[in-house]
Design a binder for this molecule. Structure first.
Ligand code: TEU
Length: 560
């Protein structure tokens, strides 16, 4: 515990600037809006703010398509606004992490504009250009995450370029050392400006199999089976170690580096996060986000709690001796957890706080996504015209028009799973547009802001916000919850999620009823008299060695 890196007991709060707070009435959130709301985050107990991208961008993928890495998009403000935000964050003892999107750029980045000039361009090999197949068609069968081929034909040279996301997000060619050096220079520039680290977008996609073989499609693939040819590819560890040497060496103790790594395995994650290897501090894995996926992308199923235990338990064990976990339910790409795994009706507050407890007290660094601390829910999207996300719109068009799927079935899945569920404006108060903007919001505010909002929650200890404050403070004050080992209990119980954390003679029991019916849990003798660190719906009740949990009840007990 003594020599542990600072970020082990930290809590990270993710801000999606477009949807957080709008200071100038244009309907899009901005940096000054964030600066004005920093006390909300400091009072919650957040240590680190992670900002989704605010760089100049055509906003094809809401800023994940960057056209200039060293400035701020006018829609979000200026570099001076950024410096003011950073000063406000630091003056409250918090840190700021930038989103670094360097697997791809915007097609409007000057690097790509130059690369596109033709095969003789000095920057041609900064991206992946290939001729079509003999007889016509794209170079291989790889698919874009947003629907259709991952290759875009370019008239200027008669060649195709690779884009695993939108056609406005061409893939950078990390094989080229000049690309890597340019990225390192950008990163050093932001660190010199005072930022405290990076969340690195799809950083395990940067090394491709350079022969670009066809994929063999499999259920759940979003890239038509191409994943094995670019997920955690042959040179990715070499590239990250080089980045560490070139960018972080000498100042890494103060920083936090997080790799977003879809499709990562436990074995890969150990390599990415083993401190001795000097790659990144922690990764985001996605296995628990796939547990409610159906047979293909357009089917869903109910979460089986035993699958969640197997999954999170495997990650706890896999990163127990080396490495570290990121703990999250939500981000800007996921539906709201209270609607997804909880009960956003009658048991909204209890289920939101139960799920928060279940997640945060695992071994790892917890992440809170804006609005999660209020128990914000999925949005009531009526038709496709209510969605804004390029992924929702692109995949809808592909599923309905190309694959011929019924529109209402596709819409039903989008309502449950669309990224736009996370992107409706932050609910600050009960006024028009939830206090997010005085103008017209870029995406509709959830009508339930009348009752679910920060103003109502802040002074109510029984709110989700009040509970999250206690949860964060409790975790920080108890070394066993940060540094302790982890033991899963009751692996076959379909209703109760329970585990132990142990450290230096202290033992903490976390037990959560993941459902709306009472549930008994045989936790073993000796807990009935234990100290209650947290309880979301009232004091724990025991029958001997059995804990009698009420609907969505979460309890945290400590002994001795
Ligand atoms: O997301 C990567 C990721 O998880 C996608 O592969 C996922 O399949 C997609 O979001 C589903 O629609 C990161 C960012 O978090 C996301 O917002 C960006 O759109 C994407 O990279 C491209 O930059």
């Amino acid at each position: 515990g003594q020599d542990a890196p600072w970020w082990r007991d930290a809590v990270v709060y993710q801000i999606y600037p477009r949807s957080f707070a709008d200071s100038d009435g244009d309907g899009v959130g901005d940096l000054r809006g964030i600066t004005a709301r920093l006390d909300h985050l400091a009072d919650l107990g957040a240590d680190v703010l992670w900002l989704s991208p605010v760089y100049p961008s055509p906003q094809d993928d809401n800023g994940y398509d960057i056209s200039d890495y060293q400035d701020i998009d006018p829609v979000f403000g200026t570099l001076a606004d950024f410096d003011a935000l950073l000063a406000g964050v630091h003056s409250r003892g918090m840190k700021l992490v930038m989103d670094l999107v360097v697997n791809h750029t915007s097609d409007e980045h000057p690097w790509f504009a130059t690369s596109r000039l033709g095969p003789d361009s000095p920057m041609r090999d900064w991206y992946w250009w290939r001729p079509g197949r003999p007889g016509g068609g794209p170079p291989n069968n790889w698919g874009s995450a947003f629907g259709g081929s991952a290759w875009q034909y370019d008239d200027i040279s008669g060649e195709y370029y690779l884009h695993l996301f939108s056609r406005k997000q061409p893939e950078l060619n990390w094989e080229n050392p000049k690309v890597r050096q340019a990225v390192h220079a950008v990163m050093r520039w932001w660190l010199d400006r005072g930022v405290d680290g990076f969340r690195m977008d799809v950083i395990n996609y940067i090394s491709k199999d350079v022969t670009l073989p066809d994929g063999v499609t499999f259920p759940g693939s979003v890239h038509n089976g191409a994943e094995p040819h670019f997920v955690s590819g042959p040179r990715v560890h070499e590239f990250l170690q080089e980045m560490h040497r070139e960018v972080f060496a000498g100042r890494d103790a103060q920083l936090i580096t997080v790799g977003e790594t879809p499709g990562v395995t436990v074995a890969d994650a150990r390599l990415f996060t083993d401190p001795a290897r000097r790659e990144v501090d922690m990764v985001f894995q996605f296995e628990h986000m796939d547990l409610d996926a159906g047979a293909d992308r357009w089917q869903t199923r109910r979460l089986d709690l035993r699958d969640l235990k197997r999954c999170l338990g495997k990650w706890q064990d896999g990163l127990a001796d080396v490495g570290w976990n990121s703990l999250y339910w939500n981000n800007h790409d996921q539906p709201r957890v209270v609607s997804r795994f909880g009960d956003d009706g009658r048991h909204r507050v209890a289920s939101a706080t139960a799920l928060g407890t279940l997640l945060h007290l695992h071994r790892g660094t917890p992440y809170i996504y804006q609005g999660e601390e209020l128990g914000m829910t999925n949005a009531p999207f009526a038709g496709i015209e209510d969605f804004r996300d390029i992924s929702a719109l692109g995949n809808y068009a592909h599923a309905v028009e190309v694959e011929g799927r019924p529109a209402d079935e596709v819409l039903a899945v989008l309502r449950a799973r669309s990224r736009d569920n996370a992107r409706t404006p932050m609910q600050w108060d009960a006024t028009a547009h939830a206090g997010f903007t005085t103008g017209t919001p870029w995406i509709a505010v959830n009508p339930n802001h009348i009752s679910i909002n920060a103003a109502a929650a802040r002074h109510d200890p029984a709110s989700v916000y009040g509970y999250y404050r206690r949860l964060i403070a409790t975790r920080r004050a108890e070394p066993a919850l940060v540094h302790g080992d982890f033991t899963m209990l009751l692996p076959d119980d379909e209703r109760v999620y329970a585990y132990l954390r142990r450290y230096a003679g202290t033992e903490v029991l976390v037990a959560v009823n993941v459902g709306g019916a009472p549930a008994p849990a045989l936790v073993g003798p000796g807990w009935a008299g234990a100290e209650v660190l947290l309880a979301n719906t009232g004091a724990p009740r025991f029958d001997g060695a059995t804990l009698l949990l009420g609907p969505w009840q979460a309890v945290v007990l400590r002994r001795p």
